[in-house]
Design a binder for this molecule. Structure first.
Ligand code: NIG
Ligand code: FE
Length: 412
């Protein structure tokens, strides 16, 4: 099957083959061609270039599907490398508490927060959980997300963590977008283990992880390494065990406090360390030369009123930065990556180019798919956003609520 997209005003996000992430000054460049065409064969980008004298209707034969981009932008789909979109119900009641002035930690300490979602998930059947989650998957695809990482972590018992991970597996098998599963058994201490945190950690290591590994349910392992949740030592214990199963970490670090999560993540070769609302220069130093992608979640900063990560300082230090939505019912109830891109510019002062790269190639890296997604490159999957005609790349975050997405192509 061949598809030709013609009449492309600007083809943006072009990268040479083999570039898996962009760092430092390179983050400020977005390769593009004006007046372009692009050819897709069997779901893969097979050719693209400037249109003049090369591509027009009919030149590829009549059995081919032609898509008129009508002068719009064509760019790679967003890759959302950090989400919790498999959850049951919502936490709109806590939203009222939050507005009334309670902090995220205070809501959690009262038994709300993650434990509230765990109770709801426990009462929800696997089929219903899949149905609710697929609504969110369809929602994010319509907004241009072509790959998503999804975490467990609202189960907190062996059975319920497996239930979540099986739902993620089913999404992987049925949804057109690319899905990676992340086992986050250490998201909070389950209710039955209240006051027995070290026993809970032992259970994560000795009961949950072996079962998750045996069923092949996780691409990654995660720990909420932060004040009031899990310590650096507990994180190391879990990552040590996961390494025995060959499962690479992606860590929640430095959301609430400077937690040591970045250092332990880098030590265990985490693919990414995520959140980083609180960062000292020590975290920047330890990330230098590592293969770990610093990932920031501005939707969480926005919703919880937390500081925004120091993305610009990271980039100035020569590091890469990825952005992701953190879509979850407690700290970021939105999976709109265009809004994330806009927050990257407006609140973190990234240039549109830096924010674009953070939401595409670098977030693809942060979920281990930048060899097949995240840029316009021959041989990569044709996951593409076609926009209405827009004046520039900057218009995408600038006019972030304007419905400019004309079509999203996601190739299985
Ligand atoms: O990334 N910080 C930990 N986990 C999620 C929030 C989960 C929740 O509140 O339901 C986050 O912000
Ligand atoms: Fe998260």
């Amino acid at each position: 099957m061949k598809t030709v997209i013609y009449n492309i005003g600007t083809l943006a996000g072009i990268l040479p083959e083999g570039v898996l992430k962009l760092e430092g000054a390179d983050m400020n460049r977005v390769g593009s061609i004006d007046n372009a065409y692009l050819v897709i064969e069997d779901g893969v980008i097979s050719e693209f270039g400037e249109a003049s004298g090369h591509c027009c209707i009919g030149s590829y034969g009549s059995e081919i599907e032609y898509i008129d981009a009508k002068g719009g932008f064509v760019m790679p789909c967003f890759c959302d490398s950090h989400t919790h979109i498999v959850y049951a119900g919502c936490r709109d009641g806590e939203f009222r508490d939050k507005i009334a002035g309670l902090s995220y930690e205070e809501i959690a300490a009262r038994g709300g927060g993650i434990l509230n979602s765990a109770d709801l998930l426990h009462q929800t059947s696997e089929d219903e959980l899949y149905r609710q989650s697929m609504e969110r998957v369809n929602e994010i695809m319509a907004m241009g997300t072509g790959a998503v990482e999804i975490k467990s972590g609202y189960g907190l018992t062996v059975e319920d963590e497996l239930k979540m991970l099986r739902v993620i597996k089913r999404i992987k098998e049925t949804a057109p977008l690319t899905v990676k599963a992340n086992f986050l058994g250490a998201h909070a201490v389950g209710r039955a283990y209240r006051g027995r945190q070290s026993e809970y950690v032992a259970m994560v290591c000795n009961e949950m992880l072996p079962k998750v590994a045996e069923e092949g349910l996780a691409d990654f392992v995660d720990v909420f390494c932060d004040t009031g949740f899990f310590t650096v030592e507990e994180t190391a214990e879990i990552l040590e065990k996961a390494a025995k199963y060959g499962i690479r970490p992606k860590i929640h670090a430095n959301e609430l406090e400077v937690s040591g999560g970045v250092q332990v993540g880098v030590k265990y070769d985490a693919l990414s360390v995520d959140h980083l609302e609180k960062t000292t220069d020590a975290e920047i130093e330890v990330l230098r030369g590592s293969g770990t992608m610093p990932t920031m979640l501005p939707g969480c900063s926005f919703f919880l009123g937390l500081p925004y990560g120091r993305a610009k300082d990271y980039i100035e230090a020569g590091l890469p930065v990825a952005l992701a939505s953190d879509y979850n019912p407690g700290s970021s109830p939105s999976g709109n990556m265009r809004f994330v891109m806009a927050l990257g510019c407006i609140r973190m002062r990234l240039t549109p180019e830096q924010s674009f790269n953070a939401c595409t190639i670098n977030s693809a890296y942060a979920m281990g798919v930048s060899d097949i997604l995240g840029s316009i490159t021959v041989g990569k999957k044709a996951n593409l956003i076609i926009t209405k005609p827009i004046p520039s790349l900057a218009f995408i975050p600038y006019s972030h609520q304007t419905p400019i997405i004309e079509r999203v192509i996601i190739s299985r």
